[in-house]
Design a protein around this ligand. Structure first.
Ligand code: FES
Length: 166
């Protein structure tokens, strides 16, 4: 079955027809040419396909394109503003928070969403005192980014990059 949808990706609306079984990841990559979200594990487990969907981090392999016709989607490419990198993108560069770069767009989108969750007072399994706002400690960053394996093992620098967000 086919359906016409409009996706709002990185501030631009695109209308096209898709098979209703098309994942959001396939629609972004194969139909719109937005290649920041990566096809990693093909199960939505490794986080490489992460974008910000209505402001929340989401794995695009685990949702259908037709289900997201009205939600604003921000990919790693869309985080830049006025030609300048997002502070987290700059921090990943400054701290060498990558090696091959395959996981990096998902890591950065997830870090942006994770820091928003942290600032909003969301708790994690390692938050030391549930009565106090969590700080972006190394333990909090590791816990909240734990769904993002890095095949190159750049974890030390990824944590430093997220901690030094500015
Ligand atoms: S930088 Fe290579 S997989 Fe993370």
């Amino acid at each position: 079955m086919q359906a016409e949808i409009t996706l709002r990706v990185d501030g631009r609306s695109r209308t096209f027809t898709v098979d209703t079984r098309t994942t959001l990841l396939d629609a972004l990559r194969d139909r719109l040419g937005v290649t920041g979200p990566k096809r990693g594990c093909d199960h939505g487990l490794c986080g490489s396909c992460t974008v910000l969907l209505a402001g929340r981090r989401a794995t695009t392999f685990l949702t259908f394109a037709v289900a997201n016709s009205s939600a604003p989607i921000v990919t790693a490419e869309g985080l830049t503003g006025d030609g300048l990198p997002h502070p987290l993108q700059r921090s990943f560069v400054d701290h060498d928070g990558y090696e091959c770069g395959f996981c990096t767009p998902g890591q950065i989108c997830s870090a942006v969403g994770m820091l928003d969750e942290l600032r909003a007072g969301w708790l994690s399994a390692v938050t030391p005192d549930v009565a106090e706002p969590a700080e972006p400690s190394d333990a909090e960053i590791r816990e909240r980014m734990s769904g993002h394996p890095c095949r190159c093992g750049a974890y030390v620098n990824i944590v430093a990059a997220v901690r030094d967000d500015r």
